[in-house]
Design a protein around this ligand. Structure first.
Ligand code: ARG
Length: 269
């Protein structure tokens, strides 16, 4: 059963690669899962922090990874509001430059201030975004914020990154994973989720499911090239057919993120 499914997936990946090559579309992470690596985020592959230096994860004070994040300025990380609220600010840590959680690579920094839109209450209602202002600066490349709507066109291939579960209800990944998912139209997403809000959310995924973000990926980036279009927010299970991943629509918050991330904006008290 599992074997058949794997063969089927491999065939599909090979087919996708052939089609992409024929259309001379760059094959981003159409890479098929190697035999040693289990497919993950759900249905993705291991990724390198050298390729995605702005991808970070959040831990609590005992070092448990619980969410992702993305570097938007040397002293600021964007994440989901529900992630920023999950742990007391003083216990929150940002881990950057560490592909494998089991190592001590990269840098760990604490958070001096958190911005969350005052309208946020629940991911299902939108506004699931936060900016963590760091106590020290990070020596890693920042992600770009979108300038217009063009990257939200239906079918745009985006890459989601994270250290979350590699199967619905499964264990979290020790290493950074990436997967390519197409942007879903507003109408398409509304037909999957009655509470979909096209101002604050964007969906990405395949009609058949199979490839998606999952628990523990929240707060992490959905990028097109090096431009951040989404932040992992919620979904019905993971990788289920007809249930794409729902992401925070970054363009809606780009100006606020930019101004909150600006290191010249000081907090006085
Ligand atoms: N809320 C989850 C988290 O806190 C992310 C869920 C994303 N789900 C999905 N099917 N894309 O990690």
């Amino acid at each position: 059963m599992a074997k058949h499914r794997r063969r089927d997936r491999r065939f599909r990946f090979a087919l996708a690669a052939v089609i992409a090559a024929a259309a001379s579309v760059p094959v981003v992470a159409a890479a098929m899962p190697s035999t040693s690596a289990r497919p993950d985020i759900v249905g993705g592959t291991e990724a390198s922090v050298r390729d995605y230096p702005y991808a970070v994860f959040l831990t609590d004070k005992s070092g448990n990874q619980f969410c992702g994040g993305v570097i938007v300025s040397p002293t600021a990380v964007a994440t989901a509001a529900h992630c920023a609220k999950a742990v007391a600010r003083t216990d929150l840590r940002v881990v950057a430059g560490r592909q494998d959680k089991r190592t001590n690579d990269g840098k760990v920094v604490s958070v001096r201030d958190v911005w969350i839109p005052s309208s946020f209450s629940d991911p299902g209602k939108g506004d699931d975004v936060a900016v963590l202002k760091l106590s020290q600066s990070l020596p890693y490349r920042t992600v770009n914020l979108p300038g217009d709507d063009s990257l939200y066109a239906e079918g745009t291939k985006a890459t989601v990154l994270g250290w979350g579960r590699t199967a619905d209800g499964g264990a979290r990944s020790d290493v950074l994973r990436s997967a390519v998912v197409p942007v879903v139209s507003d109408d398409g997403c509304r037909s999957s989720y009655s509470n979909y809000d096209s101002r604050s959310m964007v969906c990405a995924g395949y009609p058949q499911g199979e490839i998606d973000a999952c628990q523990g990926d929240s707060g992490g980036p959905l990028v097109v090239g090096d431009t951040l279009i989404g932040i992992v927010s919620w979904g019905d299970g993971c990788a289920r057919p007809g249930k794409p991943g729902v992401y925070t629509r970054v363009i809606t918050y780009a100006d606020e993120i930019r101004s909150e991330a600006d290191p010249s904006r000081r907090v006085f008290w």
